[in-house]
Design a protein around this ligand. Structure first.
Ligand SMILES: Cc1cc2nc3c(=O)[nH]c(=O)nc-3n(C[C@H](O)[C@H](O)[C@H](O)COP(=O)(O)OP(=O)(O)OC[C@H]3O[C@@H](n4cnc5c(N)ncnc54)[C@H](O)[C@@H]3O)c2cc1C
Length: 388
């Protein structure tokens, strides 16, 4: 990042420039708009993505979105799954009920990321906001009073603060010299939204442990199911036969789940990386720009949305003259991302235990699962309520 003195005397175009209109950027934009903060949002894509991707919204995320007038809209469009189980084929190792959690949202809400983003965008527009598309940031520099972006069309909007909500390959992070430390998993993830019958209930998210890799089967609001699995070499477009073979090898046994068709499928490689800092002066990071991890546990997008809610509060105070919250933001949110990376790692390692260790793992988990305290702790962690 360069320091450009002549620019520092220019008037501000906006208080906060948000780079990226994914779930993190849109949440931040909405939360700042609710506070009446002057913001500018840019995104390099000419329109928002319409694919399913992250399909899980947890209780804590819904609580945090309540003041933005977004939670009820999500609930109206989503499907409530009050139960989560870890299984080894037909055997339930860990049953977790969210029903008794002390929240207004005692369930996992299943809803496609495209719908979540549309609901956030609608709310942002109601508040008078708009996303400038396509507009890609190519550089950012800062001085004592503000930060100036350079866009691909040569414009140079100047803001008091710039937020990188620009995803895993964040240009804001890179141009600000913030490291992104971690690695990649050897295996890749295959993802498919399918129509299926039999084998699995419609009110439950199931994580199957298998020596071949983990597979998640979760109901979606449109009558479909989301399948996510770790595989060595994922096909670009998984077909019904491929997903059927996955479920036959790792999923329910006594009553098979029969896959009829694939509505949407994709593959992706998963990294586990954490930004070395969430702040560099007047530049801040949120969402995948700050952390990426395995989708095991369904936390990715949720952590990013909660980053954004916390950052909006900190930026609101900073604009009123108290910058202490900006440093506290990273101190509070970075350990959460680290814990999510560790939990996802643990789940992946446990899921793929070698055959010799599998019986021991199952016995241990079933013993632990008899303890109400263990089940409660897991429910609090997965729902995000532990981070209240
Ligand atoms: C195929 C796929 C499947 C996934 N499945 C799951 C899942 O099952 N569960 C789960 O938890 N997560 C999943 N994820 C991850 C999840 O989608 C992300 O965690 C989530 O989208 C992160 O939100 P974000 O707002 O931080 O970043 P993003 O959604 O990545 O949004 C970043 C935005 O920034 C914009 N942008 C990037 N660079 C620039 C720039 N230089 N200038 C301007 N704009 C820029 C991009 O166009 C984009 O709109 C999946 C991701 C993919 C790709």
């Amino acid at each position: 990042m360069s320091h450009a003195d002549p620019i520092s005397s220019r008037p501000f175009d906006t208080d906060v420039l948000i780079v990226g209109a994914g779930p993190a950027g849109l949440t931040l934009a909405t939360a700042l708009a609710v506070r009446g903060v002057d913001i500018m949002v840019i995104d390099r894509q000419s329109e928002g993505a319409n694919t399913s991707r992250a399909a899980v919204v947890h209780a804590r995320t819904l609580e945090a979105l309540e003041p933005l007038n977004v939670a009820a809209r999500l609930v109206a469009r989503g499907l409530q799954a009050p139960r989560f189980t870890i299984r080894d084929r037909d055997r339930v190792l860990v049953p977790i009920d969210f029903e008794h959690l002390p929240t207004r949202y005692p369930y996992t809400l299943m809803i496609s990321q495209a719908v979540t983003e549309n609901i956030l965008l609608d709310r942002f527009r109601e508040l008078g906001g708009r996303v400038h598309r396509p507009g890609a940031l190519v550089d950012v520099c800062q001085d004592d009073t503000g930060a100036t972006a350079t866009l691909d069309d040569g414009r140079q909007p100047r803001a008091r603060y710039v937020v990188g909500a620009d995803g895993m390959h964040s240009t804001v992070r890179e141009r600000s010299g913030i490291g992104f430390t971690g690695g990649s998993y050897g295996e890749s993830f295959v993802l498919a939204d399918v129509r299926l019958t039999g084998g699995v209930p419609r009110d439950e998210v199931i994580l199957y442990f298998s020596p071949l890799g983990l597979v998640v089967v979760a109901p979606l609001p449109n009558g479909a199911h989301r399948i996510v699995a770790t595989v060595d070499d994922a096909p670009e477009h998984p077909d019904a036969a491929y997903v059927q073979a996955l479920l036959d090898a790792r999923g329910p046994q006594s009553e098979a789940a029969v896959v009829h068709d694939v509505l949407w499928g994709s593959r992706f490689r998963v990294h586990h990386k954490l930004a070395d800092a969430y702040r560099s002066g007047r530049v801040l990071l949120a969402g995948d720009a700050a952390h990426v991890h395995s989708p095991a546990g369904g936390q990715g997008m949720n952590v990013g949305i909660l980053d954004a809610v916390a950052l909006a509060e900190a930026l609101g105070r900073a604009l009123a003259g108290d910058e202490a919250g900006l440093e506290a933001y990273g101190r509070a949110r970075r350990p959460v991302a680290r814990q999510v990376i560790e939990l996802a790692d643990r789940l992946t390692r446990m899921a793929t235990a070698r055959p010799g260790l599998r019986a021991v793992r199952n016995l241990l988990l079933r013993t632990l699962a008899r303890l109400p305290m263990f089940r409660r702790q897991l429910a609090w962690r997965l729902s995000g309520l532990v981070y209240r």
